[in-house]
Design a binder for this molecule. Structure first.
Ligand SMILES: *Cc1c(COP(=O)(O)O)cnc(C)c1O
Length: 419
């Protein structure tokens, strides 16, 4: 059904019900004023035009009210994080009780491991993907070390098979089947940052739970990209950032999910601060610690409102469009991208991401034989912003909120000539 022509791509954009969203973003441009072909929404999402007003409003209210803004601001700062919860919960398929926006991703992973990584002498190992994002690997290694375990021996890697790029769920099953009695935690990227593989997280939860392992999911590349249905998946916890597909600005706050089954367990070990103490008595000050139920019970500090304002601006767009429509466009757009790449007459290119739309989000990871970083440089010189991963992979994410079929068409035309 796809066609490899500019006419066809432009026609798809005309028929695209979400095409108007592109104009609601700042698209970076070259010095001549041409739009960049921006394919790195998986690294830093573009800025919605309305973000500035949302932040400006909080600056204005701060100027106007000072400390009284906690209650008097148009969006009072005291409960500000609550304004984000419902939309965020919808995006990841969770109940509002299960979600909170706070801190940053790696910090949240640590706070979650304080509660959900409770190793014993016999059951202490952690399973991650062999190609886990470095921050996640360092985080679990430091947790092992913190609890007095060897970081080599305590870490089990779920690897692709010899000659393959993608993970197979039956290999995880085998690991847990054989070593589950020694495994305390599975911490897996729901969408792998490198290959773009979207794993079956419900299945991962089942596999882990058979052997009483806790199951946590890193959704840095999942939130706003795929619909993980966190509640139904049964995973114990999850964390993600909001600056990738959630377009909330560099270093913006992360999201955290704790499954409802843990929501009222006040005995879980956790770190405490005034922000996970009962809201009703928080300002009576001299109260003994009384933890809040649900994900809010992992907060520590009063949060940065300016960052939350940017998240609010973005989530309002997601709320308006809905993940279902975004996913539908995304499958089509990435499908078109895949189709065009497969049309290139060369044996130098291999897409390592799954060809099954159910097993990927919008990103395609393209391996280029005999390429080096100079290819990435040439792409950049041609206004194509992609992400290079050593030794030979270009990661490209056509994002349904702001990328067009024409972007994808033009990108592949240029890639073709560069090869
Ligand atoms: C982007 C990303 C991170 C980044 O962590 P921060 O704490 O936000 O700096 C961590 N893990 C994964 C899997 C990521 O994709």
């Amino acid at each position: 059904m796809y066609k490899p022509t500019l006419d066809y791509a432009q026609q798809q954009d005309k028929e695209d019900k979400l095409a108007h969203l592109r104009a609601q973003f700042h698209i970076p441009k070259d010095p001549k004023g041409n739009d960049w072909l921006y394919f790195t929404g998986n690294s830093l999402g573009l800025q919605p035009k309305q973000t500035q007003q949302y932040i400006q409003q909080e600056l204005d209210d701060w100027a106007k009210y000072g400390v009284e803004g906690h209650f008097e601001a148009r969006n009072p700062w005291m409960p500000y994080h609550e304004f984000l919860t419902n939309s965020m919960a919808k995006i990841v398929g969770a109940k509002p009780l299960e979600v909170v926006v706070m801190n940053t991703l790696t910090t949240n992973l640590h706070l979650l491991m304080v509660s959900f990584y409770q190793p014993t002498k016999a059951k202490y190992k952690i399973v991650i993907e062999s190609d886990a994002f470095p921050s996640d690997r360092y985080a679990v290694q430091s947790q092992l070390k913190f609890h007095g375990f060897d970081t080599e021996e305590g870490l089990i890697e779920w690897k692709p098979r010899e000659g393959e790029e993608l993970l197979r769920i039956e290999d995880l099953e085998k690991i847990v089947d054989e070593q589950g009695d020694e495994i305390a935690l599975l911490l897996i990227g729901g969408v792998n940052y490198y290959t773009g593989q979207y794993l079956d997280i419900k299945r991962i939860a089942e596999i882990g739970h058979v052997k009483n392992c806790m199951v946590g999911i890193d959704l840095a590349h999942g939130a706003g990209n795929i619909s993980p249905e966190l509640h139904d998946s049964g995973v114990d916890f999850a964390a993600w950032c909001t600056y990738k597909y959630l377009n909330s600005g560099p270093g913006s706050l992360g999201g955290l999910f704790v499954h409802e089954k843990h929501a009222h367990n006040k005995d879980l070990p956790r770190f405490a601060g005034w922000w996970n103490h009962n809201k009703e008595t928080r300002f009576n000050m001299r109260q003994p610690f009384d933890v809040m139920p649900g994900a809010e019970g992992w907060q520590l500090s009063n949060p940065p409102i300016l960052s939350m304002a940017a998240i609010r601006a973005s989530l309002d767009m997601f709320e308006e469009v809905g993940m279902e429509a975004l996913r539908a466009k995304s499958e089509k757009l990435t499908g078109y991208f895949e189709y065009l790449i497969n049309q290139i007459d060369t044996d130098r290119i291999k897409i390592i991401t799954s060809s099954n739309p159910k097993e990927r989000g919008c990103q395609l990871s393209i391996q280029v034989k005999n390429a080096d970083k100079s290819l990435h440089k040439k792409l950049t010189e041609n206004n194509i912003i992609t992400d290079w991963r050593e030794p030979d992979v270009i990661r490209c994410a056509p994002v349904p909120m702001y990328n067009s079929f024409e972007d994808v068409y033009r990108m592949v035309e240029i890639l073709k000539t560069l090869l």
